[in-house]
Design a protein around this ligand. Structure first.
Ligand code: ADP
Ligand code: MG
Length: 445
């Protein structure tokens, strides 16, 4: 049998023996891609998949493959075609002990295409594109991408390298973290190979260096980097760096280095707004082969705000949890995951009733009026604030909220949410009272 047929039969066996959710989550995304000796090679989206399958379904998978074709003894994973290439080159590097070749450290999965753009990062992305397109030829040299943790700096930096290589495969793109640079330097000192060290880095057409803040306090490494930087810069090679802060505000780095950094372009990445978070979650769900109802996507996006890595983590965690607990992905499960990841900010006891009670205390409008029919201005406003918070804190569906507030339909709730969020932006008093309510609700329950 050929490997594709074997996989079809094996999948059939698995379907008979495993619950539906496990098949959907872990086996449907698998692609058979060939044979290696007597094993079938199956491609999975990421490392996490391999580990999960190994620890949960190893026996079932081996058996079902073996039943399909006795001559096939088992399976072997491949993690996407590209990252395999990346692992192989790491292997070669280990075996032959080549001095330093870092091109291969480019993570091929970080591209411009899968980097979701929003007002928080579009300037950085566009600057990155120009640099990838014309390395060393724009004024953006060096290009420094700075900002908080988990906001896509490393992703963008690798995307620049990938796009540049795509355009010009001969370009020598050297990519390292500042720690790796330091380690290479220290090792070269130990082995009296500082000349090779310098040559390696100075032969780059494009040097991508991640997290330069970690050069802090390492004087001799900074010295080396300063020279490398100058050689490259003077010969028109492109340098791209990431940092946790605007270069002018970085501490512990020599000022001559910082003034070099500032001579190019520094662009920041900020936390994404709600819509961008939703777009990122949709992308990550697709990448990881999870199908998540839009309702859950919105819920996660409402609660995890400051870090894209956490958004991604939430998607993977939802997937893992539903498999581990043998449960469909439902509201409780998603809430639990979000609660874990926000450190409990989303407290178990908050309910619409409690929101209404709090709003009533603060506004002086009775609870009965809030859920009632009156259109008097202050009553309507208290109702709208309650709806807004029910949506924000509990992530309830629009229609669910409508039902609670006297059987109103979802468009009324949508309107309320929009009205209040506009008022929060334009009216300080509204902003203050909503903030008070938010913190009361989060602390007291
Ligand atoms: P940083 O280097 O700023 O700490 P990373 O680049 O490592 O952050 O990003 C953390 C994770 O979030 C990565 O998996 C990355 O792919 C993802 N990510 C960040 N920003 C975006 C974005 N705009 N679109 C898609 N994925 C993103
Ligand atoms: Mg990073």
């Amino acid at each position: 049998m050929n490997y594709k047929d074997i996989w079809v039969v094996a999948l059939g066996h698995l379907k008979e023996n495993l619950p539906r959710h496990a098949i959907d989550a872990w086996f449907e995304p698998i692609k058979p891609i060939g044979f290696s000796d007597k094993e079938i090679i199956i491609e999975v989206p990421n490392q996490f998949f391999c580990e999960w399958i190994e620890s949960h379904y190893k026996k079932e998978l081996t058996d079902s493959i073996n039943i399909s074709d006795e001559s096939v003894t088992g399976y072997r994973f491949s993690i996407g075609a590209v990252s395999k290439e990346f692992e192989e080159s790491a292997l070669v590097q280990k075996e032959t002990r080549k001095p330093i070749i870092h091109q291969n450290n480019l993570n091929r999965q970080y591209t411009f295409d899968n980097f979701i753009e929003g007002s928080n990062n579009e300037f950085a992305k566009n600057a990155g594109r120009s640099v990838a397109d014309q390395p060393g030829e724009t004024n953006f040299n060096p290009l420094t991408i700075y900002g908080g943790v988990g906001l896509g700096k490393t992703h963008l930096m690798h995307a620049i390298g990938n796009a540049a290589i795509k355009k010009n495969p001969n370009l020598n793109v050297v990519v390292v973290t500042s720690e790796r640079f330091t380690l290479d330097f220290v090792n070269s000192l130990r082995k009296n190979r500082t000349i090779e060290f310098a040559q390696q880095y100075r032969s780059a057409d494009m040097l991508l260096i991640d997290d330069v803040q970690f050069f802090r306090g390492k004087e001799q490494t900074q010295e080396q980097f300063f020279h490398t930087f100058n050689v490259l810069h003077q010969s028109g090679k492109q340098i791209v760096m990431t940092a946790d802060k605007y270069p002018g505000e970085m501490k512990g780095l020599q000022s001559r280095l910082l003034s070099r950094f500032e001579s190019g372009l520094s662009v920041d990445v900020q936390p994404p707004n709600f819509e961008v978070r939703v777009a990122i979650l949709l992308e990550k769900a697709e990448q990881n082969g999870v199908s998540l109802d839009y309702e859950f996507i919105e819920f996660i996006a409402r609660h995890i705000k400051n870090n894209v890595r956490d958004l991604e983590g939430a998607v993977i965690r939802v997937l893992a949890k539903s498999s581990l607990l043998n449960k469909e992905i439902d509201h409780t499960l998603v809430r639990d995951v979000v609660r874990e990841r926000t450190g409990g900010a989303l407290k178990a006891g908050v309910s619409i009733e409690k929101i209404v009670r709090k709003v009533s205390e603060i506004s002086g409008v009775s609870e009965q009026d809030i859920v009632g029919k009156s259109r008097k201005m202050e009553i309507a406003e208290a109702r709208q604030v309650s709806m807004f918070l029910s949506r924000e804190i509990l992530g309830r569906s629009l229609s669910g909220i409508g039902v609670f507030f006297g059987g109103r339909d979802h468009t009324t709730v949508m309107h309320a949410v929009k009205t209040i969020s506009d008022k929060i932006d334009s009216n300080q008093k509204m902003k203050d009272s909503v903030n008070t309510l938010r913190s009361d609700l989060n602390q007291n329950f």
